[in-house]
Design a protein around this ligand. Sequence first.
Ligand SMILES: C[S@@+](CC[C@H](N)C(=O)[O-])C[C@H]1O[C@@H](n2cnc3c(N)ncnc32)[C@H](O)[C@@H]1O
Length: 318
Amino acid sequence: MAPASASRTGPFTYSLLGAPGRVLRAMASNQLARFAPALYVRLTGQTGRGAAAEEAPADIAQYFRDCVDAYFEQLRIAPADVPGFLAGKTLMEYGPGDLPGVAALMVARGARKVYCVDRFPLVNLSPKNARVLGDLIDGCRGQERDRLVACLVNADNPAAGFAPERIEYLVRPSGLSGLQDAVDLVFSRAVLEHVDDLAATFADMTAALRPGALAIHQVDLRSHGLHMSNPLDFLAWSHTLWQLMYSEKGVPNRWRIDKYRSILQRLGADVAELQPTKLAAQEHVSGVRATLAPEFKSLSDEDLSWLGFWLVMRKHGG
Ligand SMILES: C[S@@+](CC[C@H](N)C(=O)[O-])C[C@H]1O[C@@H](n2cnc3c(N)ncnc32)[C@H](O)[C@@H]1O
């Protein structure tokens, strides 16, 4: 990644001079991800949440429960009201990662069906993920438990996969669902910062939503480990070089909050909430300013400081 001395030269120049081996390796692996995505996912041990070996099944299961709780807290729906809200509804999740644990919990809590849309074939019904599902099932009682078990083709063998009438996995190279007026709630966590065509994803979700239906997203605008000394210095790479190194790998697309605002203004939807979850320190904003790639130079300090946000939007009509 760009060295700390980057401010003395333009971003394209210093990144090539500073890390040619890294740039060439990243470009080569980008081509592997492009032409053999399943192999790339296997070689890199991708789960969507990070390196596969690091987490225990109970921790992963708790992560999924926390995600579900956070969605409803953000939507201001009390836990006791969640089953009533979800009853009979069709949901769609972008980017579930290697296990649709949130989708399974949404069905357990009352949703009729969840479409899980992903650009990469990450889903992996490994023995470890079977233990995660076991933990999720053990954490449910009564009807919730019955509904969760019904998500599986065979409850005794989670590796047999999910019942498509409850959880339908749509792996599309575009990352788009293609659904029309079919969904009552769209959700995602740590996904929109990875999508390659943000405007297309927002258009897809708006088309998929029924009139008046909600979408909720948690977006992480941080570097995902791709910065050096300043959490914002990954914005110094030129767009061309970033694309050459990372376009096929699902690393951050680097779009800032101004891009989201501009897309949202053109959508047939109202923004109910757009709140930062984390802001960069002013010293980091000022420190990166001189090295920013051209597409980020016109950002205000405030917009540059956004390192994550919650978005809730409602499709017009209904
Ligand atoms: C960081 S992971 C997050 C996984 C999961 N939501 C979680 O919180 O653990 C990003 C996910 O987005 C998916 N993804 C990347 N680009 C996408 C796109 N254009 N459309 C849909 N999903 C995409 C990845 O394959 C992966 O499943």
